[in-house]
Ligand binder design. Structure first.
Ligand code: BLA
Length: 509
């Protein structure tokens, strides 16, 4: 087997999951060289397919595949039009009277054919196509990112019958939130839970950008080894690739019997996933999986356009708020009083939790802020050696502030400070709380999970505890857009302040 002898919590981001040397047990894999020589076969493939196959190292002949030339032709088809790394081509085959879905792709110069038996009694393709089409139609009506995700989890659940379907949205640091969920009422809700980046290691995320759907049909069944020789077979584009044992333990601890996830790729990045659980084994037919994949593509396109719209409206709102602030500053006598009127709008525009406005020794606080902490922060910022980047200071961790100030600020770890008037020493300080303070664990505390050999880490609660450790003393970082909005705010308030000083000067003369 290609799997390192011990995959554990410390090395699982280096586990080569693309070459597991095994497939899942619900199908069979055969890999042929261009001359028709069988190079790799999953153990017991002939039995699962019910036909004679060439021995390893032998070439395909007329006696194989029940004499049906269609199958070898389909496999050979995988050599010609598809390049390495491209998704599989799809075929159907009937072997010994049983129907199979056959996915063929190219890997390491070989044509890799993966066979999945079709369940009898499956829905008629025509009826299914109509259902899938209606689902897509409903999805297209989503008018916000949240609405799109809620529609998507319901549609995927309706198409597949999974016990639980979640929309998982990645955050700035690759941790993720369950932001929508459709589930069997009997199951504990996972909505609003947050998981650390390490629950889906980097190599898995990279793989999921190109291979956007994977099914783990039976978590409890042992993987079937590949037999053959040569360099390990890369199954990145495969549909039967055996799953990392660490992830199997996670799913087992959760009591999950089958899992499917579909990537939501936005702008070439893994933006989120639709993650499905079934409490028992579940083989989702290839055609249904493809419909889910199409749905995820439509979803991703919808998300992308909603995100651009949200960005545009945020920038526009900020511009109009700036207009109000400048006007207030110009007509009012007292900058602190003038800006104070807009404290709540400012706070919301920056998705912050508090605002401080200062001029000289005066300080106006909005939100549950410690006065001493803000005062010592301002004293520190005022020091001439503090080189502000065009009048702006941004931090999102206690570690970026002197320890004494961090201690005085308590749970306020995110600081975006702008000095808009050097003469009057006037500041707007926007503050965010520690991430831990802004989210609570959504699960029932009494819910006990069974632990596997790697312990409680691989359970939702263990996972959440890990997330808390990794973000202690940090706030959500300020985005490029927010810094830009802050810079523009500083510039325009600065100009308004100069105008005021000039007018006051004239009035005095
Ligand atoms: C893969 N981890 C995954 C996947 C998900 C998660 C959705 C995609 C595979 C799938 O469809 O099941 C994570 N799944 C979750 C989370 C929830 C969920 C958070 O349902 C919450 C309800 N996993 C760990 C740790 C490691 C790890 C600590 O928790 C390693 C240190 C590894 N996760 C891991 C690996 C994969 C994975 C290696 C890739 C599996 C594969 O494709 O082979």
């Amino acid at each position: 087997s290609q799997v390192p002898p011990t995959v554990n919590l410390d090395n699982c981001d280096r586990e080569p999951i693309h070459i597991p040397g095994a497939v899942q047990s619900h199908g069979a894999l055969l890999a042929f060289a261009p001359d028709g020589t069988l190079r790799w076969a999953s153990a017991g493939a002939a039995g699962l397919l019910g036909v004679a196959l060439p021995a390893l190292g032998e070439r395909l002949g007329s006696g194989h595949f029940g004499g049906d030339a269609q199958v070898p032709l389909a496999i050979a088809g995988g050599m010609e039009p598809i390049e390495e790394g491209m998704p599989p081509l799809q075929h159907e085959a009937t072997l010994a009277g049983r129907a199979f879905d056959v996915s063929v792709h190219r890997s390491g110069g070989l044509a890799v054919a993966e066979f999945e038996p079709r369940r009898s009694g499956a829905e008629q393709p025509g009826a299914f196509a109509i259902r899938a089409h209606r689902g897509l139609d409903r999805l297209r009506r989503g008018r916000s990112v949240q609405e799109l995700l809620e529609l998507a989890v319901h549609e995927i659940r309706a198409l597949t019958g999974f016990d639980r379907v979640m929309a998982y949205r990645f955050r700035h640091d690759a941790s993720g939130d369950v932001v929508a969920e459709a589930r069997d009422e009997a199951l504990e809700p996972f909505l609003n839970r947050r998981y650390p980046a390490s629950d889906i290691p980097a190599q898995a995320r990279r793989l999921y950008v190109t291979n956007t759907l994977r099914l783990i049909a039976d978590v409890r069944s042992a993987p079937v080894p590949l037999e053959g020789s040569g360099p390990p077979l890369d199954l990145s584009q495969g549909v039967l690739r055996a799953v990392s044992p660490v992830h199997i333990e996670y799913l087992t601890n959760l009591g999950v019997g089958a899992s499917m996830s579909v990537s939501i790729v936005v702008g070439g990045r893994l933006w989120g996933m639709l993650a499905c659980h079934h409490m028992t084994a579940r083989h989702v037919p290839y055609g249904v999986r493809m419909a889910c994949d199409v749905l995820a593509h439509v979803l991703a396109a919808g998300v992308q356009s909603q995100l651009s719209a949200e960005h545009a409206s945020r920038v526009a709102d900020a511009a109009s708020l700036r207009g109000h602030l400048v006007e207030a500053l110009l007509v009012g006598d007292d900058p602190v009083l003038s800006l104070r009127t807009y404290a709540e709008e400012l706070r919301d525009a920056f998705e912050a939790q508090a605002i401080a406005i200062a001029e000289g020794g005066r300080l106006s606080l909005h939100g549950d802020l410690p006065q001493q902490g803000v005062q010592s922060l301002l004293e520190w910022l005022r020091q001439p050696e503090r080189s502000l980047d065009s009048g702006l200071f941004a931090a999102n961790a206690h570690a970026e502030l002197p320890p004494g100030i961090a201690a005085d600020l308590g749970s306020w770890c995110g600081v975006l400070a702008l000095r808009f008037d050097e003469v009057a020493d006037a500041w707007v300080v926007i503050l965010r709380r520690e991430q831990i303070e802004t989210i609570s664990w959504g699960g029932r505390p009494e819910k006990q999970y069974v632990n596997g050999p790697l312990g409680p880490r691989l359970t939702p609660r263990g996972s959440f505890e890990v997330w808390k450790e990794t973000v202690r003393g940090t706030a959500v970082p300020w985005t490029a857009t927010e810094r830009e909005i802050a810079r523009q705010l500083r510039d325009e308030l600065g100009r308004a302040a100069s105008v005021r000083h000039a007018e006051l000067g004239r009035a005095r003369n």
